[in-house]
Design a binder for this molecule. Sequence first.
Ligand code: HEC
Length: 124
Amino acid sequence: MKGRPLFPFAVIAIAGILLMVALSFQGLLASQADEGEAEEEIVFDDPIAAGEELTQRSCLSCHGQDLQGLASNPAINALEGKFTEEEIVQIIFGQYEGVNMPAMSNLKPAEAEAIATYLLHISE
Ligand code: HEC
């Protein structure tokens, strides 16, 4: 050992470099997996339950805790007969003529559909 005092440090350095390479490679694989997932169409096993959760997260702040309307924002708890599921999706994305709601473009189409399914379900 006396002749090669740097040997243990070299071993540690090489081990560290190998570990870094391994971790970044793993990170690359993981990020590729994420991208693949993002492109897949979401399919909800239970659209009504999913819609309820999404509605609570995205709509209560403006339409009120019980969806009965808040300040000048209209109620959305009795939409049956007023809008179809497709029209509610258009409203959510700001594409329905006559309703100027701020578009919720962070939602995916399948999520907006689940919300519309839920809103029509509770208004029956
Ligand atoms: C930033 C506040 C805000 C958020 C968040 C919001 N809305 Fe609205 N919404 C409005 C306003 C304001 C109107 C009225 C627009 C108008 O009269 O032109 C409206 C109108 C509507 C209408 C039409 C109601 C009617 O009887 O005319 C529906 C349906 C609706 N929103 C659904 C939703 C859903 C579903 C969500 C959640 C995904 C949501 N909104 C989130 C503000 C909001």
